[in-house]
Design a protein around this ligand. Structure first.
Ligand code: PGD
Length: 806
């Protein structure tokens, strides 16, 4: 073995224990040009105080059995033995499915969990639930639901777009003008679902700047792309800006009519909206200037420059994670179609800069996945409608042109995600969470979601198991070697579900009769076959495992778009019309009074010009953190070092701080009518006036007497509504708040310590909860491989998982 390699969503690395403390150190892959700072927290992951030592049951659930309860998150947990916990969970799953039917089980379980193709938590959960008759699922992602739904209607699914449009190499070498709505933040480029073995964005941007490319960042926050000219737009008004760009191109005769006539549908109807012919309001640059606070001349000059230069237009996921978030994405495609050029260095770039695995060449092989099987249940929710689902059973909701009904959920099974960090309006979620009979959470840590569960299963972290690391658009397969022994009694998700499946007589159906090691070899064999079909010489699994990495072949970009451009009749787009839909006949056909067939502007409630802003005059940008991934490793040294008096840092422009009598380092109370949280103040000139910035991911730490989150989770403030009837996506990015100095006694942050537990609930055990601190940081032998139990023969189905869920 050359080095003990591993992979996380924020990069690949090798593990090292040679420092004086003997602590685990993650040493960045030497070929990664820009490793993530998050690697610095990896040493804190295996044995942090919030690791869950053994299975736990909420006291009230154990005493009174299943049922709605407002005691979730407020009662102590009882440690129990694995067999007892698995028996109780299996019995409850059986009760719910036989009494209420499988749609009463919610297994959508959104979350990033950890990197790794086999131990992908959602795949494990879904395979198990499919075997016992299925579950209500969730569609799309918190990252980009609005974009995902609108893009597949008007041009192509985002998976196709992200694999085949603008590349970092194209930007470095050829792009002349890059216009980035929401910037291209380095902090989001650090991470990618499934891993980023080489971070390429930063160097590409530097190369483009050195070559003299012009960069324009349209964002309320300067350091979202510090190299660029900064157009400090009012948040939530990008739609108006984009409409004005389209209007300018139209009235100045700069629309590429040859392209528009051949490759798009619905130009005339949209042009009538731009000029005001259809609604009496021209979408001119001066109209947009009043809304966006960007001067009309600047907008006009930019539109002209875009028409005369090789231009990339990108919109970050953060811009679409807002009310009407579908509109700026739709308009960016429309403006790119007006310019009429798509390719590796020009045109619309889906969310480039938002995730580390975008902007790279697509892989020439399909990545192998742990098969999930088929879900016989048709009920679903748009991913961010979880509170509505629990609060409004039987009610209908619109989504993507259809109408659907929320089923009556009796059991929630969440594994690999942290809804009490990621969902909007956490106080509303807390209320919704009281309704189900039972909540099961499976996580390595006492996250706020685990604290709000009835049954808690302790899962291993990826450093405690072997796996294969790979991700869409990443050209490396990484051997993820186990580095430390599992903490306490933690088990792999696979082992937990195998234990549950055994109680349904389905253990061999779940495991396929294979050990973990055999699964890894099987998945490798699948990849090996596709590589051989391309004529590649492929090392044996053992050689790959010892080398730690395998380079994967890529294919050229833009093949499907190039085919479409070459012949739109023979190679149509996967839209209703086969063309780019400036006005969508399908969406027009929905006859939804809130949405005509083309993109539109309307003002929103969470905006600086809304009446609500008189009460809550600061627009808070609740964006992605730079010191952790979402809520993961919030307790780690890197995230901890950024906190102020133990609170999440909130940035505010100096003028706004002075107006409120606030200075650097103050602890502030951020509030609106939905909730409040504490935060630590950082005065910063990187923000335009009227806004504040507080990243997501500080673990939710509710204090019911003070009626606030002690730690600084902005989702106590955000509005829990869908982006629009189109996608019903998350709108967590922007929320109106007020900020004041916290003058009371500072309550300690408690969420980074374990919750209260009682004595162990087993006659033969000791009086104290079982703990095994020595088991952490017991490194494993470098050449060890997973030797999961060999189980019975396979009768498993072999459906590939949906890669989009990774
Ligand atoms: P994570 O912190 O990544 O957040 O929400 P998400 O729930 O994905 O949670 C992953 C959880 O999985 C962690 O609790 C971790 O401990 C657990 N885990 C890790 N490995 C394993 C494993 O092997 N097994 C098990 N069982 N568990 C594991 C992220 C979501 O938040 C996303 S993607 C976005 S883009 C949204 N962003 C915002 C935003 O910008 N603004 C607001 N206001 N809100 C947001 N919420 C969304």
């Amino acid at each position: 073995m050359k080095a003990r390699t591993h992979s996380a969503h924020w990069g690949s690395f090798s593990v090292d224990f040679s420092g004086p403390s003997g602590r685990l150190r993650a040493v960045a892959d030497p070929e990664d040009p820009e490793p993530s700072v998050i690697l610095g927290s990896m040493g804190d992951a295996p044995a942090h105080a919030t690791r869950i030592v053994q299975p736990m049951i909420r006291q009230g659930w154990l005493d009174q059995g299943p049922g709605s309860s407002d005691r979730r998150g407020k009662q102590p947990f009882v440690p129990v033995e694995w067999d007892r916990a698995l028996d109780l969970a299996a019995g409850e799953l059986e009760r719910v499915r036989t009494t209420h039917g499988n749609p009463a089980i919610f297994g959508g379980s959104y979350g990033w969990a950890s990197a790794g193709r086999f131990h992908h938590t959602q795949s494990q959960l879904h395979r198990f639930l499919n075997l016992i008759g299925g579950y209500t699922f969730s569609r799309d992602t918190y990252s980009s639901a609005a974009a995902e739904v609108i893009l597949r209607r008007i041009i192509a699914p985002e998976s196709k777009l992200s694999a085949d449009t603008v590349t970092w190499d194209g930007i470095a070498e050829q792009t002349e003008l890059l216009v980035a709505f929401g910037g291209m933040p380095r902090r989001t480029q650090m991470v990618g679902v499934g891993g980023v073995s080489r971070h390429r964005g930063g160097k590409a941007i530097e190369a483009a700047v050195r070559r003299g490319a012009r960069m324009v960042s349209v964002s309320p926050i300067h350091d979202d792309l510090p190299e660029a000219e900064w157009l400090a737009i009012r948040p939530n008004t990008d739609t108006a800006f984009l409409l004005a760009l389209a209007h300018t191109l139209l009235v100045e005769g700069l629309v590429n009519r040859g392209f528009v006539d051949r490759y798009t549908v619905g130009f005339d109807e949209f042009a009538a909206y731009l000029t005001g012919e259809s609604d009496g309001q021209s979408k001119s640059a001066s109209w947009a200037a009043a809304i966006t606070e960007i001067p009309a001349d600047t907008i006009v000059e930019l539109a002209r420059a875009m028409a005369s230069h090789r231009t990339v237009l990108t919109v970050t996921n953060s811009v679409q994670r807002a009310q009407d978030g579908e509109q700026p994405i739709w308009l960016a495609v429309v403006v790119a179609a007006f310019l009429g050029r798509f390719g590796p260095a020009e045109g619309f770039a889906f969310a480039l800069g938002t995730l580390g695995n975008l902007g790279r060449l697509p892989l020439a092989v399909r990545l192998p996945s742990f098969p999930q099987g088929t879900n016989p249940v048709a009920d679903f929710i748009p991913v961010a409608r979880i509170s509505d689902l629990l609060l409004h059973p039987g009610e209908s909701f619109p989504y993507d042109g259809g109408r659907y009904v929320y089923p009556d959920i009796r059991l929630v099974y969440w594994a690999g995600g942290n809804p009490f960090h990621h969902h909007q309006d956490l106080n509303r979620l807390r209320q919704a969470w009281t309704r189900p009979d039972t909540v099961i959470v499976q996580d390595p840590y006492w996250t706020s979601s685990a604290r709000h569960a009835d049954i808690v299963f302790p899962a291993t972290i990826s450093l405690e198991r072997n796996d294969l690391g790979a991700a869409r658009n990443d050209d490396r397969l990484i051997a993820m070697h186990q580095a430390v022994q599992p903490f306490g009694q933690a088990r792999d998700d696979h082992q937990i579900f195998a234990g549950l499946a055994a109680r349904f007589g389905l253990e061999s159906a779940f495991t396929g009769g294979l050990s973990v090691d055999q699964w890894l070899r099987t998945l490798y064999r699948e990849l090996e076959e596709s590589l051989r079909n391309l004529g590649a010489v492929v090392p044996s699994f053992d050689t790959f495992w010892s080398d730690g990495q395998l380079a994967l072949p890529t294919r050229p970009a833009s093949t499907w778009l190039a085919d479409f451009v070459a012949d739109p009749v023979r190679s149509p787009l996967p839209t209703g019309s086969g063309l780019i839909e400036i006005t969508s006949p399908t969406i027009a056909g929905w006859k939804d009074p809130t949405q005509p067939g083309h993109p539109i502007w309307r003002s929103r409630s969470e905006a600086l010009d809304s009446p609500r802003a008189r009460l809550y005059p600061v627009l808070l940008v609740a964006n992605q953190p730079s010191t952790r991934l979402h809520s993961q490793l919030d307790f780690g040294v890197v995230s901890a070092a950024s906190k102020i008096a133990g609170r999440e840092p909130l940035r505010l422009n100096a003028a706004d701080a002075t107006q409120r009598g606030l200075t650097n380092g103050d602890v502030v109370r951020v509030y609106n009518d939905r909730g409040a949280c504490l935060a630590g103040l950082l005065v910063s000139d990187e923000l335009r006036a009227g806004i504040a910035q507080l990243s997501t991911g500080a673990w939710f730490d509710p204090d019911d007497s003070l009626k606030l989150c002690r730690h600084g989770n902005p989702n106590v403030l955000t509005l829990d509504e869908g982006s629009s009837n189109i996608a019903q996506g998350s709108i967590g990015q922007l929320v109106l708040v007020e900020i004041e100095k916290w003058l009371g006694e500072l309550p300690p942050v408690r969420v980074h310590s374990p919750p209260e537990t009682t004595e162990i609930d087993s006659p033969q055990n000791s009086k104290k909860p079982w703990r095994n601190p020595e088991s952490a940081y017991v490194g494993v032998e470098p050449d060890s491989q997973a030797q999961g139990d060999k189980l019975t023969d396979s009768d498993d189905t072999d459906d590939p998982i949906d890669g989009a869920e990774m």
